[in-house]
Design a protein around this ligand. Structure first.
Ligand code: PFF
Length: 444
């Protein structure tokens, strides 16, 4: 069955896809890794991988989704019937399920912080102990995760246009404005430049193999590629909309927000002489103590938490949507029910992650907590594997005429770029991803 619903226009699509891309990756993971892995050098590397591998993969997913107008599993079936390729879609659905199960745990923490910020129970606390308490309190963490999934299911149940598109239409512009306010505040603090230098001055001596691999993984995660989420989102795009320009806007917005995040966080951190500790605690422990020291700090902290929540939610919508769409297959009635049922199942699956800092703290999988093991499985194995398969699928399984038509590669520059794109997909992306896997297996 063909999809019935479509985005209202190209902007609706761009905002939703950028909403999927911009999330914990850009705001939570990127700043602390960049800060400790060579600053500007890491950023340059991330930029390079984003353009050379991330962008081509994003376009690859777009061509699969838009040409078939079908959700993640049926799209592969339509192009390569009777083969094993639909398993790439199934892999994406499974990856999304696992990813959302722990993504929603962090969403829950943000909700708790936001409620505390509103009720005045955040400022002035011993922040490290508070963070431990929030993530370690079993009932608190689980119910907050439940609330986060409730919001996500509610939006997805409302449909592509009325739910996902309209939520993104408000949340994404608000996110940008809030980020601008925050960044200006941060950059105008005394001594802010030290933070800018820490974040952006390239220190190539810190670029080891780990950092290089991390920059690549981050470029996939951050653009939501490898999961077929972008296949699903682009299947709702009208045929006459330009895919290359849309992809360019999405990549540009994602890079911009990664830059904003670093420029909002580090100048404040340095200006107030706080240690820019590495690790996920940066946002939850360091930032409140930084905001505490500036005038109207509680307001700025509230702004930060709100934008952080918006970014996380808009990514969560896309993760739930791919699963719901792949089962509902265009049936509106089914989709409503499925959004709630699958949202609930994801909540259940996420409970062990939510408890992994409290009740289940002693349980280790491959030497990691349950939360970290799930993150590792998705970010370092499933996502790159999906990306590898998509990079092979598009150039080898799709008809060249279809690709040319989808990308409107008709001018002479267009044709050259098209060939370059195919080369990047056929050779550069697979080789880079395989090198990462070999490194992980300890081959070099
Ligand atoms: N891009 C999101 C982030 O950076 O937080 C994470 C993500 C969402 C990855 C959706 C993959 C995906 F399909």
């Amino acid at each position: 069955m063909n999809q019935k619903e479509q985005w209202t226009n190209r902007l609706g699509f761009i905002l939703a896809a950028a909403g999927s891309a911009i999330g914990l990756g850009a705001i939570w993971k990127f700043p602390y890794v960049a800060g400790t892995s060579g600053g500007g050098a890491f950023f340059l590397l991330f930029l390079l991988f984003t353009i050379v591998i991330g962008l081509p993969l994003l376009l690859a997913e777009f061509t699969i989704g838009r040409s078939t107008q079908k959700e993640a599993i049926s799209a592969y079936k339509a192009i390569a019937p009777g083969t094993l390729w639909p398993w790439v879609g199934r892999l994406g659905v499974a990856t999304s399920f696992i990813l959302l199960s722990f993504y929603s745990v962090v969403g829950g923490w943000i909700l708790i912080y936001l409620i505390r910020a509103f009720t005045g129970q955040l400022m002035g606390q011993p922040y490290e102990a508070l963070f431990r308490e929030v993530i370690g309190h079993p009932a608190g963490a689980v119910s907050a995760q439940f609330a986060f999934m409730l919001i996500t299911s509610w939006v997805v149940a409302r449909g592509v246009q009325n739910g996902i598109e309209s939520a993104n239409k408000y949340m994404m512009p608000t996110l940008f404005i809030l980020f601008l306010v925050l960044m200006i505040r941060s950059l105008t603090l005394e001594g802010a430049m030290e933070g800018v230098a820490f974040f952006l001055l390239p220190d190539f001596s810190k670029l080891n193999a780990e950092a290089i691999l991390y920059a690549m993984g981050q470029s996939f995660f951050s653009l939501s590629v490898g999961v077929s989420v972008m296949v699903t989102y682009s299947s709702y795009l009208a045929k006459n909309e330009n895919l290359v320009r849309s992809a360019g806007s999405i990549v540009g917005l994602n890079l911009l927000v990664s830059l904003f995040a670093g420029l909002a966080i580090f100048p404040a951190v340095f200006s107030l002489g706080v240690e820019p500790t590495a690790g996920p605690g940066l946002l939850f422990i360091v930032l409140p103590s930084v905001f505490e020291q500036i005038p109207l700090g509680s307001l700025f902290l509230l702004i930060f938490l709100a934008l952080f929540l918006f970014a996380t939610l808009t990514s969560a919508f896309s993760l739930l949507e791919i699963i719901v769409a792949s089962i509902a297959k265009g049936d509106e009635q089914k989709r409503k029910k499925l959004s709630w049922v699958i949202g609930f199942l994801i909540f259940l699956a996420g409970i062990p992650s939510a408890l992994s800092y409290g009740l289940l703290a002693d349980i280790q999988l491959f030497g990691k907590s349950i939360f970290d093991a799930a993150d590792y499985l998705v970010s370092n194995i499933l996502l790159p594997l999906g990306a590898l398969l998509i990079a092979i699928f598009v150039p080898f399984k799709m008809k060249r005429a279809v690709l040319i038509e989808e990308l409107q590669a008709t001018t002479s520059i267009g044709k050259k770029m098209f060939l370059l794109w195919l080369m990047l997909l056929k050779y550069v992306a697979p080789i880079a991803i395989i090198l990462v896997f070999l490194h992980m297996l300890g081959v070099f």
